[in-house]
Ligand binder design. Structure first.
Ligand SMILES: C[C@](O)(CO)[C@H](O)COP(=O)(O)OP(=O)(O)OC[C@H]1O[C@@H](n2ccc(N)nc2=O)[C@H](O)[C@@H]1O
Ligand SMILES: Nc1ncnc2c1ncn2[C@@H]1O[C@H](COP(=O)(O)OP(=O)(O)OP(=O)(O)O)[C@@H](O)[C@H]1O
Length: 438
């Protein structure tokens, strides 16, 4: 049984107008990304194969940041015997490696060039405050800013079981929250404006920035005129399948709901989030979850502690592009939670597609295969190997070729955002209100 599955217990469970925004600017290269959605396309980022960003240990050890040169059939049944369910929350291996990063010579170059396309801007290589763990958040600084975690996620498997009339695909997946991600900082504004701060999202146009769009949409839906300063400190690589932008948006929704005193309710916030992106609702609810539909039917699950060796091949093929790939398997037999809990290899439908399209992804898989069983998260290009304990994950990290961006992160029992919300007190709220005169 895979480490993260041991002890699994199922607990059954678009686009608004741009806000009044300030600052920022800049664009990724290339044409706009999928229909009606947020981001521009992508490509191989320059120097991706030689960029180093490796961290040792999850949640507390020293961080090293260095530039380097280099199924079974049947619907999922929350009531499956042996799996504890509750109502839906809304509708290693071993081996050695040489020093050189493996190069792949067998890739279809024509397809690779076509996919090409687009390289992401670099994963920011800087030490996050207080180690690599997410800030617990909720406290209000003297300057009136509060900090809120926006955790990354992994898709422990991903299958497409059908397609809706609107073209969206019906999925099955398990979302695993990570104790690693972005930090969203918020400060009330008395002037009713939504203003972006900080350099980390400068390359994302404000009208496409999910954190700003979330704030704007919340305001419109709740018919309030509050203002806020937003600063996102990015750690998740954009377009890596780690759900960074979606998590930022969810954190903005839930934190502003608290700070603005809206009390909209989690289900309503999740519904607002769903209009921003399919991955937003799970972050709004904040639980590790078995997901169906396009990700809106969530069944919370308890996952055993696990550590993940996470790698970023540094390329990004647009999610919409991958969902349109003709070779995609769109009629997978529905799996059950029991299938997942048994450790059956449920796979990620995008893995063969992306490995064929992107040599860097194929190379990352080959490298990770020396230390365990690699999997793709989301539509990639991030990939990971799961470990039951931190030590072996660290050992595996040490054995990876230096040219591969990789780090060890801990799986979280639930979103750290929930802890931050629980810790956020009316006292803190009063301080913030006083601090800004709002
Ligand atoms: C692959 C996952 O990351 C798995 O968690 C998500 O399903 C994708 O979530 P996301 O990044 O929030 O995706 P969205 O921004 O909602 O969708 C981007 C594009 O992907 C396609 N798309 C997305 C989700 C889905 N279930 N079916 C689709 O066909 C649509 O063309 C859509 O326009
Ligand atoms: N706050 C944000 N943080 C990161 N990216 C954002 C944000 N807002 C909008 N984007 C856009 O979303 C794109 C995807 O970034 P994200 O980190 O969400 O990747 P992802 O998890 O792979 O999602 P997707 O599967 O949709 O590609 C970025 O390339 C960027 O253009």
């Amino acid at each position: 049984m895979a480490p993260g599955r041991a002890g699994l217990r199922g607990r059954a469970g678009r686009a608004g107008d741009p806000a009044e925004l300030a600052a920022g600017g800049g664009r990724w290269r290339g044409a706009p990304r999928g229909p009606g959605r947020r981001h521009p396309p992508r490509s191989r980022r320059p120097g991706a194969a030689v960029r180093g960003h490796r961290s040792r240990g999850a949640g507390g050890g020293a961080e090293r940041v260095a530039a380097r040169t280099a199924g079974r059939r049947g619907r999922a049944r929350p009531g499956t015997p042996g799996v504890r369910c509750r109502p839906a929350a809304g509708a290693a291996g071993a081996g050695g490696l040489g020093d050189r990063f493996p190069r792949v010579a067998t890739v279809d170059r024509r397809r690779a060039r076509a996919a090409a396309a687009h390289r992401r801007p670099p994963w920011r290589c800087r030490r996050p405050p207080r180690g690599r763990r997410l800030e617990r958040g909720g406290a209000v600084s003297e300057a009136g800013w509060s900090a809120w975690p926006a955790p990354a996620k992994l898709n422990l498997f991903l299958r497409i079981t059908g397609r809706r009339a609107d073209g969206y695909h019906e999925l099955q997946t398990v979302f695993r929250m990570l104790d690693w991600g972005d930090t969203v900082r918020l400060r009330l504004r008395p002037d009713g404006r939504i203003v972006r701060h900080g350099p980390d999202l400068a390359a994302v146009p404000e009208a496409a920035d999910l954190s700003l769009r979330a704030a704007d949409m919340l305001r419109s839906e709740l018919n309030v005129g509050h203002g806020v300063d937003i600063r996102v400190e990015k750690r998740t690589p954009a377009g890596g399948g780690f759900g960074g932008g979606s998590s930022d948006a969810a954190t903005v929704l839930r934190a502003l709901d608290a700070i603005w005193g809206l009390e909209a309710g989690v289900d309503r916030l999740a519904a607002i989030g769903a209009s921003l992106g399919a991955d937003v609702p799970v972050f709004v609810h904040g639980h590790n979850a078995w997901a169906e539909g396009v990700g809106e039917r969530l069944f919370p699950v308890d996952l055993a502690p696990a550590w993940y060796l996470v790698a970023d091949p540094g390329v990004h093929v647009a999610t919409a592009t991958l969902f349109q790939a003709p070779e995609l398997t769109r009629d997978a037999a529905p799996a059950t939670i029991s299938d997942f809990a048994s450790g059956a290899p449920l796979g990620n439908v995008f893995e063969p597609v992306l490995r064929g399209l992107e040599p860097a992804v194929e190379a990352a898989f080959q490298a990770l295969a020396h230390v365990g069983t690699p999997r793709l998260t989301g539509t990639g290009s991030g990939c990971f190997v799961e470990f039951a304990a931190r030590g072996p994950a660290e050992d595996a990290l040490a054995r990876l070729p230096q040219g591969l961006d990789a780090r060890v992160v801990a799986g979280a029992p639930r979103s750290p955002l929930l802890d931050a919300l629980a810790a956020w007190s009316p006292q803190g709220r009063r301080q913030e209100v006083q601090g800004t005169g709002f």
